[in-house]
Write a protein that binds this ligand. Structure first.
Ligand code: GDP
Length: 435
């Protein structure tokens, strides 16, 4: 997927515009998972072209008096990570010094930049917008984020300028693609070094399906796998980063490009908001997940047992809690082999195909014992079910009244399915359809 970043100083209307872009799809996704959360990453689609959108402003906390330096870094990251950038400005305020700063950075970039002049909702404002030619970014698009006018023209242009990505080639026996994600200092580099370090055995370097993502093939402890990295991650890793939201943004491409995300958290800090964001990114992209609680060597075992710790994390993962959680130490190399093994297992779980006859044999008796509750005197009859031939596990249940099947019952079915089959670490989709 192409990644589109929305940049601009605070309060120009980035979030409103962002929400408009992801709205239609999100509504569908939310009705399935039943969860809503703060969003600064989502998927959008226009004229049949799908792309991911990042609202970089969403990651800047206390955005009212955000520092110029932070805006600068926000834009630099967008330039590094995105395929196209939408720069939002505000016609009411006109060009501010901060806008000029941003424009200066963007003028140097060869990636497509679209200038969106927001809050243009009358002819007068259309005239005022002309001043934005002074930013030196060429043509602009006038929009009104509140009512959505102008968005269509902007998106027409956007999908036109997005680079064509090479079609992903379906390999016969693809190797697992892992990415290691997590906040700064969680121990990602230490883990990777320990994993591939001394006996590092690089077979090949093949460019991934996007310009920046690199798959490197490794062979370790008898496992063959690709580690997914991005040029952006490498470059920025040298910089001492303390702003955590950047780690989320940098994770986006790596996550989209892999099969299984190895999410590292720092045991001395616990599972926090940014960990949850990264987890959610993986879940949303329907990637496999393994959680590694790193630096376990530093935790006093009498004050905190692994079991308590695990329970606390699982609570944060709801509703997708069927995820392996391992306690490791990259420093003392504790359980690193187990971590790799688990990641391979999750990859296998995600790939499995259940035959339709077997699936019906196991699921239909459960449904018969516990049918969906009757609604307004109507009974839902589920006749038949199957796994769809999709890259990530999806299941469809055919019935007479799909609209009468509510979320609690969907969750019940998912739980049953997970008890019978091993989908540990793998997000699954369940649909009810009319036959
Ligand atoms: P990254 O930013 O996620 O790549 O984190 P690093 O791998 O650079 O690790 C950050 C710091 O934590 C470094 O000082 C590491 O030596 C330390 N560290 C990493 N893993 C462990 C561990 O398992 N135990 C302890 N005690 N320290 C660790």
């Amino acid at each position: 997927n192409n990644i589109v970043a929305i940049v601009g100083r605070p309060n120009v209307g980035k979030s409103t515009f962002f929400n408009r872009l992801i709205q239609r799809r999100e509504a569908i996704v939310d009705s399935v998972s039943g969860v809503t959360r703060d969003r600064n990453y989502g998927k959008s689609e226009w004229n049949g072209k799908e792309f991911s959108v990042i609202d970089t402003g969403g990651y800047v906390k206390g955005s009212d008096d955000v520092f110029e330096g932070e805006i600068r870094r926000q834009v630099e990251l967008a330039i590094d990570e995105a395929d196209a950038i939408i720069f939002v400005v505000d016609v009411e305020e006109g060009i501010t010094p901060m806008d000029e700063e941003v424009a200066k950075l963007l003028r140097k970039v060869t990636k497509p930049i679209l200038l969106a002049v927001n809050k243009v909702d009358n002819a007068m404002r259309e005239k005022d917008a002309i001043e934005f030619y002074n930013l030196g970014l060429g043509e602009y698009y006038t929009i009104a984020g509140m009512n959505g006018s102008g968005t269509g023209e902007l998106l027409d242009k956007l999908v036109e300028v997005l680079p064509e990505l090479p079609e992903a080639v379906e390999e016969e026996n693809p190797l697992p693609r892992f990415c290691v994600v997590g906040r700064p200092n969680a121990g990602k580099s230490s883990f990777i070094n320990a994993l591939i370090g001394e006996d590092r055995f690089v077979v090949t370097d093949i460019a991934g399906t996007t310009r920046d993502a690199i798959d490197t093939k490794y062979n370790r402890f008898g496992f063959e796998f690709n580690l997914v990295d991005t040029a952006g991650i490498r470059r920025k890793a040298k910089v001492k980063e303390d702003l955590e939201f950047y780690s989320v943004m940098r994770s986006v491409r790596a996550i989209e490009h892999s099969d299984v995300c190895i999410l590292m958290i720092d045991a001395t800090r616990g599972f926090e908001g940014q960990d949850q964001n990264i987890f959610w990114l993986a879940e949303k992209n329907r990637k496999g997940v393994v959680i590694l609680v790193n630096k376990w060597d530093l935790v006093e075992k009498d004050t905190m047992s692994a079991r308590d710790y695990e329970a606390r994390i699982r609570k944060e993962l709801e509703p997708f809690t069927d995820v392996p959680i391992l306690f490791v130490s990259a420093l003392t190399k504790q359980r690193l082999l187990k971590a790799l093994e688990t990641a391979v297992e999750v990859f296998e779980n995600r790939k499995q195909r259940i035959s339709t006859s077997k699936f019906n044999e196991t699921m239909l008796p459960i449904i018969e014992r516990t049918p969906p509750p009757a609604l307004k005197g109507k009974y839902v009859k589920i006749k038949y079910c199957m796994q769809l031939p999709t890259p990530t596990p999806q299941f469809v249940f055919f019935c007479n009244l799909p609209q009468y099947v509510k979320d609690p019952y969907k969750r019940f079915i998912e739980n049953q399915l997970r008890q019978i089959y091993n989908f540990e670490g793998v997000p699954i989709d369940i649909y009810f359809r009319q036959k």
